[in-house]
Write a protein that binds this ligand. Structure first.
Ligand code: GLU
Length: 518
C-alpha cells in the first residue's frame, strides 16, 4: 500500500532563515500539495548553545508572507506533537535506552580533554570500531563501574556503535543510489547527559519515524549524514517505514564557485533572508526580500526554478501551476547559480501584472519618505506612467553604472520626483538641456504656452488635438524642449500625460519659469 505523503521542514532556530532553507521548504510544500499530503513544521532546537531568540517567530512569519502553508507543527497544532524537540526529552530518552539495551549504542565517559589528547597522539583520530576499545566507555569498563559513575553523576555521552566494512546505500530520488562504506563513519554521539538532550541525528530520526514522515527533502549539506540515518533506522528496526530521501542541489554564488553566502548578497545587492532580520545580540540588520520590496509570488516563483524546471519554457508560474508540475526526480544534482538579476525580472513581471492601485500605498509612503505629500490616486497614476521605464544602478560586480527595468517600488524615486517637484534651477551643462534649449526655444515655448492657456479641457485628448494642429501648421518639434520646461531633464513619460497629471495651472507655471530662467 502506498504511504500517505508526509513531509517536514525542520529548521534549527539559530538565526534568520537562509533563502536556501526557504527553497527547501517550498519544494517540500509543492511535493506535499501535489500528493495531497501533509507538511509538518518541526523545530530542531536540541543544540541549546546555538539557540537564537526570535528565530522561530521569524521563520513562521516568513512562510506566512510567502504563502507556504503548514498542516501541523509548532504553532499549527496536530496530534503528533510536541513539535519542538526541546519539549520531547522523555521520548528521546526512551529510544536511547532501546539502542543501549540492544547493544547498538554504548556509553562513553571520555572527557573533552581526553579526546583532545587522543587527537594529538593519533593522526586523523576517529572514534570508531578501530579505536573504541582504547577509550573509556561501557565496552571497555566493567558494568558496575559504569553504573557507579552514572550514579555519581559523571557526565557521559551515548555513541552509536557502527559496524565497519559495510556498504551503506542511500536511495535518493535526485541522486540515485548513493553508497558509503560504514568504515569511514565515526561512532556518532546520539545523546549527551550534560543537558539530557539527544543530538540532531537521533532526534531527527526518532521524530521522522514518530511523525510518520514519508519523504525527507532537504539540502545537499545533509547528504553526508544520510548513511548514518539509514543505519539508525535499521538499528531501531524501522527499515520498512524509512522515509525516501531527496537531497536538493546547493545554491551557488551568482558568479565564481562556492556556496551562496550573505557576503555575496551584500556585495551584489540582494537579500539572502526572506524578511529583514535584526540580530538580537549585535543589533546588526540584514536585508530581507519583503522589506526590499519583492512580491512574495515573485520570490516563490524565482526560488522554485533554482534547481528545478518544469521541462517546458514556462517561467512564470502560480503556486498552483508549480504544485501541478513539480517533480522531485527532475531536480538537478548540480548546484544552482543564484541568478539575482533573474529575481529582479520576476519581481518586475509580477509587479506589471498587478493593478497600480495595489502599489499606491507603498508608493505614497516612498514619496513621504522623500518629503512629498501625494494621494493614492496620484501615486497610482504616476506608477502607470512610469512602470516600464529604466533606472540606472551600480553593478556590484564591476562597479559600473548599468541600466535595468524598474522592478521595485523603491525604483520610482528619484525617477518620478518631477511629478511632484517643479524644476527650481536648470543645469545648462546637462546634455539634454543643451541640445534642446537653443535659439528660439523660449519663443516656441511661449507659443505653446499660449495655446495651452486657451484650453478649458486639459485632458490628454484635448491637449493633443490643439498641439498637433499647431505642430502640423508650423512644422515645429516642441517635445523635448517642452520636457526641459516641465521636467528639467531628459526623463519622464509622454508629455501630454505629464501635463494632464500636473494640471493646467502647474504646467503653465513651469513653462513660464523655464522661459524666464533659461
Ligand atoms: N535541523 C536541520 C536543519 O537545520 C534539519 C535537517 C533535516 O532536514 O534533516 O536544516
Amino acid at each position: 500500500m502506498e504511504r500517505k505523503v508526509r513531509v517536514r521542514f525542520a529548521p534549527s532556530p539559530t538565526g534568520p532563515l537562509h533563502i536556501g532553507g526557504v527553497r527547501t521548504a517550498l519544494y517540500n510544500y509543492l511535493f506535499a500539495r501535489q500528493h495531497g499530503g501533509d507538511m509538518v513544521f518541526r523545530i530542531e532546537d536540541t543544540d541549546s548553545n546555538r539557540f537564537v531568540p526570535g528565530a522561530e517567530t521569524y521563520i513562521i512569519e516568513a512562510f506566512k508572507w510567502l504563502g507556504i502553508e503548514f498542516d501541523e507543527g509548532v504553532s499549527f497544532g496536530g496530534d503528533k506533537g510536541p513539535y519542538r524537540q526541546s519539549e520531547r526529552r522523555d521520548i528521546y530518552k526512551k529510544y536511547v535506552k532501546q539502542l543501549l539495551d540492544a547493544g547498538k549504542a554504548y556509553i562513553a565517559f571520555d572527557t573533552p580533554e581526553e579526546l583532545n589528547a587522543k587527537r594529538e597522539q593519533v593522526a586523523n583520530f576517529q572514534y570508531d570500531a578501530s579505536t573504541r576499545l582504547e577509550m573509556r566507555n561501557s565496552l571497555t569498563m566493567p558494568a558496575e563501574e559504569v553504573e557507579r559513575l552514572i550514579a555519581e553523576g559523571a557526565v557521559y555521552t551515548v555513541r552509536f556503535k557502527i559496524e565497519p566494512g559495510e556498504d551503506v546505500h542511500v536511495d535518493d530520488i535526485i541522486r540515485g543510489d548513493v553508497v558509503i562504506n560504514s568504515s569511514i563513519l565515526d561512532d556518532k554521539v546520539l545523546y549527551k547527559s550534560a543537558d539530557e538532550l539527544p543530538t540532531y541525528h537521533l532526534a531527527n530520526i526518532v521524530d521522522d519515524h514518530l511523525m510518520e514522515i514519508s519523504h525527507v527533502i532537504r539540502g545537499e549539506e545533509w547528504l553526508p549524514s544520510a548513511p548514518l540515518h539509514v543505519l539508525l533506522y535499521r538499528a531501531f528496526g524501522w527499515e520498512d517505514t524509512m522515509p525516501r530521501f531527496a537531497h536538493l542541489p546547493l545554491l551557488l554564488k551568482p558568479t565564481g564557485n562556492g556556496k551562496l553566502s550573505k557576503r555575496d548578497g551584500d556585495k551584489l545587492g540582494f537579500p539572502v533572508f526572506p524578511l529583514l532580520w535584526t540580530d538580537p545580540a549585535t543589533g546588526a540588520i540584514s536585508h530581507g526580500y519583503r522589506e526590499d520590496g519583492y512580491l512574495p509570488e515573485a520570490v516563490v516563483n524565482f526560488l522554485a526554478l533554482l534547481g528545478w524546471n518544469p521541462g517546458d519554457d514556462q517561467e512564470l508560474m502560480t503556486m498552483d501551476d508549480m504544485i501541478r508540475k513539480f517533480d522531485l526526480s527532475k531536480c538537478s544534482k548540480a548546484g544552482a547559480k543564484f541568478d539575482y538579476v533573474k529575481g529582479w525580472w520576476f519581481n518586475r513581471e509580477y509587479m506589471l501584472a498587478r493593478p497600480a492601485a495595489e502599489f499606491a500605498p507603498a508608493f505614497v509612503k516612498l514619496l513621504a519618505e522623500n518629503g512629498v505629500t501625494a494621494t493614492e490616486e496620484q501615486a497610482a497614476a504616476v506608477f502607470e506612467m512610469m512602470k516600464t521605464k529604466n533606472i540606472e544602478y551600480i553593478d556590484g560586480q564591476s562597479g559600473q553604472t548599468k541600466k535595468r527595468n524598474v522592478s521595485f517600488i523603491a525604483d520610482f524615486w528619484p525617477l518620478c520626483d518631477f511629478f511632484f517637484q517643479a524644476p527650481t534651477a536648470f543645469d545648462r551643462e546637462d546634455k539634454f538641456v543643451k541640445k534642446n534649449w537653443k535659439e528660439g526655444a523660449a519663443a516656441d515655448m511661449q507659443e505653446l504656452h499660449d495655446i495651452l492657456a486657451g484650453l478649458d479641457d486639459f485632458s490628454v485628448e484635448s491637449q493633443k488635438a490643439a498641439v498637433d494642429a499647431w505642430v502640423a501648421e508650423t512644422g515645429k518639434k516642441p517635445w523635448n524642449t517642452w520636457r526641459v520646461c516641465l521636467v528639467g531633464q531628459g526623463k519622464g513619460p509622454d508629455m501630454h500625460e505629464l501635463a494632464a497629471f500636473l494640471g493646467k495651472e502647474e504646467t503653465l507655471r513651469r513653462m513660464e519659469f523655464a522661459i524666464n530662467n533659461l
